[in-house]
Write a protein that binds this ligand. Structure first.
Ligand code: UD1
Length: 420
């Protein structure tokens, strides 16, 4: 089994280029089945999650070409002819459920396995199914599967009880081909929703309001192929910002959209990190000031992202004073605290709150396990400042979401190797 071996490293220094956003690429790929045209998606990151989504597209009959050297994925939707997505694909990746809405709109029916829970929480899909039911689909959930059909979806008012990212995306995609107007209220406002809406609009969809809590979609008869480039990954951006701060380094982050990481910028500035917007990107300096504690509460966008919660926990173990982290989105997303404790962090977890005592720099190198994607990134950052050697196992989680993580860190001076 592959693992990362990390040795205590010098402060990160240099430049890093951010890849295309995983969480924008996945729904955009799912949306390609809405057309029988050809979609050329640029800036797609080479990640195992993206490969799985391509497998799913092939499973429903699409013709997919993955060119990771150019970061271009081409999907020809003219050959889509199946409406069944089996469990062995869904279980590989929860985001496969994003194909439910588009496939239903395209084929008039869909049969897809329920994704089930995962390490960070139960993660139900009730809001996704509620949404397509409101659009007139008959939906039966039984035997671990969702069966839905509708000759023609009909526009409706869909109020989401919670601004779920995935549910907003699924409903928005399905509604593009529905008859009449759909309004999604209490919609998620994440930048990836805006990117998906821009992609759909470039296919001829009529979507307004993405990025606010009310999205209006006027259904059209047909969507056409398109050429589109996905946005840079804001969580990868956040991860490198936090890594620079934790190692007290000085790095320039290129190809990022500073507006998408405002909550990270705000919190890092509260800690004393120096951040400046330069013409070529974001300059992040942890070497200028003495860093201090802050409190974090994860919230839907534009609040502090749950996906950056694990990495910032590592930073907070190294600053002056006690911090409190409150995870409000997922019920079991503090497992990395235990792993950090194995490195001497002394974090106390009570329910969804973690009390991070700080002043634990240097942590001590240990053998630790990535419990999920972002927890893995947190442990890698911890390894960079810990004394001695840190071994991070279960790195397949990390490779689901960070393109070229080892190479990018090494370019910044990190002492990290992947061993098989
Ligand atoms: C997406 C992101 C993930 C991120 C999360 C929150 C992708 C591929 N993944 O996941 O990286 O951590 O947003 O920003 O884009 N919920 C329900 N019922 C539903 C759907 C969700 O109760 O039908 C709950 C979930 O259990 C969770 C909360 O809503 O507690 C947020 O989930 P959601 O916004 O849907 O996240 P995902 O789309 O799964």
């Amino acid at each position: 089994m592959s693992k990362y071996i990390i040795k205590q490293s010098a402060p990160l220094h240099g430049e890093v280029e951010i890849s295309g956003a995983k969480n924008a690429t996945l729904p955009i790929l799912a949306a390609t089945v809405l057309t029988d045209g050809v979609c050329e998606i640029h800036d797609t990151p080479h990640l195992s999650d993206v490969e799985v989504m391509c497998e799913i597209l092939r499973a429903v009959g699409a013709t997919v070409t993955e060119d990771y050297e150019r970061h271009v994925i081409t999907v020809d939707g003219s050959t889509v002819d199946k409406s069944v997505v089996p469990y062995d694909l869904v279980k590989k990746e929860r985001a496969s459920f994003f194909i439910m809405g588009p496939l239903l709109a395209r084929m008039g029916k869909v049969n897809i396995a329920l994704p089930g829970g995962c390490a960070i929480g139960e993660r139900p899909v009730d809001l996704h199914t509620k949404g397509i039911r409101m659009l007139g689909a008959r939906v039966v959930t039984s035997d671990g599967e969702v069966n839905a059909n509708a000759d023609k979806l009909k526009g409706a008012l869909v109020y989401l009880d919670f601004p779920s990212v995935g549910a907003t995306e699924n409903i928005m995609m399905a509604a593009t081909l529905a008859e009449g107007e759909t309004t999604i209220e209490n919609a998620a406002e994440e930048p990836e929703i805006v990117d998906l809406a821009n992609f759909l609009n470039s296919m001829g969809a009529q979507i307004k309001g993405a990025g606010t809590d009310t999205i209006r979609i006027t259904g059209v008869d047909k969507l056409h192929g398109t050429r589109y480039a996905v946005i840079p990954d804001r969580i990868e951006t956040a991860t490198f910002m936090i890594a620079a701060a934790t190692t007290r380094g000085n790095i320039l982050i290129k190809n990022c959209i500073p507006d998408h990481v405002r909550p990270i910028i705000a919190k890092l500035i509260e800690c004393g990190v120096d951040i400046s917007d330069e013409p070529e990107g974001l300059r992040v300096r942890g070497d200028k000031n003495h860093l201090k504690a802050t409190n974090i509460k994860t919230l839907p966008y534009p609040g502090f992202p749950t996906d950056a919660q694990a990495p910032i926990m590592t930073l907070l173990t190294t600053v002056d004073g006690q911090s409190r982290i409150n995870e409000t989105l997922f019920e079991n997303r503090l497992m990395h605290a235990n792993e950090l404790n194995r490195m001497g962090a002394n974090i106390r977890v009570d329910g969804r709150t973690a009390i991070v005592p700080g002043n634990q720099r240097p942590l001590e190198g240990a053998s630790v396990m990535a419990t999920d994607l972002r927890a893995g990134a947190a442990l890698v950052i911890a390894g960079l400042v810990a004394t001695g050697t840190t071994e991070v196992t279960n790195i397949y989680h990390i490779e689901r979401g960070y393109e070229d993580f080892v190479r990018k860190l090494k370019n910044l001076g990190a002492d990290i190797e992947k061993v098989d």
